[in-house]
Every structure is written in C-alpha cells, then in structure tokens.
Ligand binder design. Structure first.
Ligand code: ASP
Length: 314
C-alpha cells in the first residue's frame, strides 16, 4: 500500500508574521517522518518521529515552548493510538517529560493501562528508562513573558507573539500538534501532543490526551488528530465523531473522492452547532486519503501529496 501522512501545528488566529515559522515546523516534521514510511517503516515510528519534531519546535504549544498554567508551570498531555489493535497510550499533566509522545508510546506498548497522569506517569517513565527533564527546560522566555501578561490582563493571543528583530525569525506559540500516518502495510496510527490552554488551572486536562476526543484511530474508519478549545471538543467527542462519519460514509456510499474532507468538515460543523466551540482536525481515511477542516481563522498543517511533494499551509 502507498503510505500517507498528515501533520498539524494547531488551529488558532495565527498572525501573518508567524506563518512561515509554522509552515517550517510542519515541513520539518514531514521531513523526519516521511522517509520512515518510504523505506517501509511503521506508522507508529513515523507518527512518534513527527510529533517529537513538533514538540521540539518552540513555535508550537507542545513540549518546549508550551503555554504555562496558572501556577507558572508547563504541564503536558499526549496520546498515541493504533487503528489496527485499538490500543492507545496516553499521558497527562506531566512536568518533567521533554517529549510526552515518547512516554505515550511506552504506555501503549508496555503498560496494562491506557492512561497515566502526573507523578505516576513520571514514575513509569523512569521505570521504562526515560530521563526526566528539569521543568525549566520546557519554558521559553516568550512564554514566561506571555504568562506574566496573561496573568494580569487575561489571556490574549498577541501576548504569545514576539515579533523578531528585522531579519530574525518571529516567535509565537500557536497550538497543539498532531500527526496521522498510514504505512505500507495499511496500519493507521494517530497522535496528539499539547501544553494545553494558557493559564489553565493546575490539574486541568483538555481533549488532547483523551481517547476519542483529541485523537482516535480505527482501521475500519481512519485516524484523526484534533486541536482547538478542549472544553468544547470533549463534549462532542470530536475525533470519534469524525471516525463515525468516515465509517458511515463507507457503509452508505463506498469510498468516493472527497469523503475524507466531507467527514472533517461535518465534524467541525457539529462542534460549532452543538457547542459554539472552534477548532480544527486532520485525518486520514482508511485508504490513506487526507482530509482536514477548521473553524478558527487559521490552522497550520502539512501532508505528503500523491506525487511525494510536501504541501504545507497555514
Ligand atoms: N485542545 C487543546 C486543549 O484544550 C488546546 C489546543 O488544541 O490548542 O488543551
């Protein structure tokens, strides 16, 4: 089977000056993940590699550069799910894990549980041979400054944007990251990683690491990764809603061209109509065809076109 991959870097009102950096982040994620799929590697490896790349990119609200919570700390959430087995590994509220998607994979593969949070998750990471990081390592100067401003004036997107000096890159934290891939054996995997919302209450968990909300994969339907306002996304179990629409499409009309896009669009409409919430999602249908939709002004995403070229957009 021909492999396929799509990634995203969040759905928000991304300022013009940050567009190039967001596209570069998506391009870099495709550049590490696509060769894995091209040489016959697994979708699990490809999605993990893409998300590690996005977590390491300080432009995104995942891993390094994440938003700070109300207590001034970074608390990370992530999930990885396999469409063939319906196995998932999820982690929430970890403060000393540099790449939470790697820990999500350990939970998927080496734990009897699906989700671990906080200190228990970090203890499991150590047992699995993962190094804990200094929490300060995850905090960028831009996010520290933004947190100080948001704490006083309330959250505003522009506080998270530091225009670069002429000739140097600008910096903005735009959103959650995610990836969905299908490998040459037809195995679909989806993953999502986030620092969550700015100034969230300590202990808050959004949609991102919750199975069916921020991520879902089922080889009978497809794979989905979501981003946006978590408190709304959870209400409509957005990723599972999209999977159900993909499945219903197959049952009624087969696999017509454009079905993946219609399922993505319809899911975002359900989010808007039922919750007045905004967000975005990327997906692959079970044949590996891409779809995406968002109701926010912008979403950063990238995928590999059938001719092998990388398409990125914001
Ligand atoms: N969905 C994430 C959350 O609510 C935020 C985002 O996607 O930007 O934690």
């Amino acid at each position: 089977m021909k492999p396929s991959i799509i990634v995203h870097g969040g759905a928000w009102s991304i300022p013009d000056a940050a567009v190039a950096a967001c596209r570069a982040g998506c391009q870099a994620a495709l550049a590490v993940a696509w060769p894995i799929l091209e040489r016959g590697g697994s979708s699990l490896d490809a999605v993990e590699a893409a998300i590690v790349s996005l977590e390491e990119h300080p432009e995104f609200d995942a891993g390094i550069g994440s938003h700070l919570n109300a207590a001034g700390r970074v608390a990370l959430d992530a999930i990885l799910m396999e469409g063939q087995t319906l196995k998932a590994g999820a982690v929430a509220v970890v403060e000393r894990i540099r790449n939470p998607i790697r820990l999500a994979r350990k939970i998927l593969q080496s734990s009897e549980h699906l989700m671990l949070v906080g200190a228990g998750a970090e203890k499991f990471a150590v047992e699995q041979g993962m190094a804990l990081c200094d929490p300060e390592e995850l905090i960028t100067a831009r996010e520290r400054r933004a947190w100080q401003q948001c704490s006083v004036h309330g959250h505003r997107d522009e506080f998270h944007f530091s225009p670069g000096t002429p000739g140097s890159p600008s910096s903005v934290a735009t959103g959650t990251v995610g990836a969905v891939a299908m490998d040459s054996q037809g195995r679909i995997v989806a993953g999502t990683s986030t620092g969550g919302t700015c100034c969230k209450r300590p202990g808050r968990v959004g949609d991102s690491p919750l199975i069916g909300c921020g991520c879902y994969a089922d080889e009978q339907a497809g794979g989905i990764s979501c981003t946006g306002w978590g408190e709304a996304i959870m209400k409509v179990v957005l990723a599972k809603t999209a999977a159900d629409l993909l499945r219903a499409g197959y049952e009624s009309t087969g696999e017509p061209e454009g079905a993946a896009f219609r399922a993505a669009q319809k899911s975002i409409e359900i989010l808007a109509v039922r919750t007045q919430g905004t967000g975005g999602l990327i997906l692959l249908d079970r044949a590996g065809r891409v779809g995406f939709a968002h109701s926010t002004p912008r979403m950063a995403y990238g995928y590999v076109a059938p001719d092998g070229s990388f398409i990125t957009s914001v």
